[in-house]
Design a binder for this molecule. Structure first.
Ligand code: SF4
Ligand code: SF4
Length: 294
């Protein structure tokens, strides 16, 4: 039987959890009803860097994406954050290299910010296409700055391009209704098999980037998160990715990690550390309706 893996890698660091678009195939427009959303604070980011450093030293850190469910270029410190992460992780061309990448919808991409991001140590920018005009402008900038004429997913390339909502659609583990289930491309969940997690903008640590509504939180950046078993949660039952064969199925967190606590005071601490998104231009955030932890 495949046993649980301990948390050992930050796959996504969600520096922003709001977006300047509201795509119908994405839960970003709804997640503010379910969790605290906004910009990651310095306090949460610094603690995330502590864990990044621990995971790199342990040899368990894989690719790091400065992206969660939201648009990272909305963060005024995105370049500074990229540089800080780069100082910790070895270059992707070294023996233990880790690729530092970032997804964007391209709306805020300029030649200057792109040059700054590459100078800060970003290896690759992944442009996701949601609008032809925006993407065309972004592609032109990416070509000019990188000298790479075409997008690529190969290691060592500077930019990629995707239109996943059309070519590789899914329903975000059942959070939204976008595509018939027959269109799902199924594969073994790399989060569960690799001990990979998403550090959320408010300091929560959750199982994967599908968890836009914060139902799969394993702990926080202030917990001993490397001692936590990465386990399936309720959303895995409706996800397009498969729980690794033989891994024990979903159980309540209290059964798989009985030492974990999530007291009210901690929730309040987290709530205070997320910066208000009210001041972010062009972003509307709904009020939280409920808070559900499973
Ligand atoms: S741009 Fe990306 S993060 Fe924003 S709503 Fe669309 S799919 Fe979601
Ligand atoms: S199988 Fe579970 S942990 Fe893996 S991506 Fe789906 S919801 Fe997330």
């Amino acid at each position: 039987m495949t046993s649980y893996r301990k948390v050992g890698s930050i796959k996504n660091l969600e520096i922003v959890s709001v977006c300047n678009l509201a795509c119908p195939y994405c839960p970003a427009r709804l997640q503010g009803e379910h969790r605290e959303v906004g910009l990651m604070t310095d306090e949460v980011f610094d603690r995330s860097m502590y864990w990044l450093s621990r995971f790199v030293k342990a040899g368990t850190q894989r690719e790091l994406n400065l992206f969660g469910v939201g648009e990272p270029l909305l963060h005024p410190k995105v370049v500074q954050f990229a540089a800080a992460a780069r100082r910790i992780i070895p270059g992707y061309l070294s023996a233990r290299g880790v690729t530092l990448r970032m997804n964007t919808n391209g709306i805020l991409l300029t030649e200057q910010i792109l040059r700054d991001l590459f100078s800060a140590g970003i290896d690759c920018i992944d442009l996701t296409d949601h609008d032809a005009e925006t993407s065309m402008k972004a592609v032109r900038i990416l070509r000019e700055v990188t000298g790479q004429p075409l997008p690529s997913q190969a290691l060592g390339t500077k930019w990629g391009y995707s239109r996943d909502a059309i070519t590789n659609p899914n329903n975000w583990g059942g959070l939204i209704d976008w595509t018939p289930s027959v269109q799902y491309e199924r594969y073994i969940c790399p989060w569960l098999s690799g001990g990979c997690v998403m550090f959320m903008s408010n300091g929560d640590v959750t199982r994967c980037c599908q968890d836009a509504f914060s139902r799969g939180v394993l702990g926080t950046v202030w917990d001993e998160i490397d001692q936590v078993d990465h386990t399936p949660f309720i959303q895995c039952r409706t996800c397009h990715e498969d729980v690794p064969p033989g891994m024990p199925p979903w159980k309540p967190l209290s059964e798989t990690n009985p030492h974990l606590i999530y007291p009210e005071e901690r929730k309040e601490q987290i709530r205070r550390t997320v910066e208000s998104s009210a001041a972010i231009e062009g972003v509307r955030v709904p009020k939280i309706k409920e808070k559900e932890k499973i």
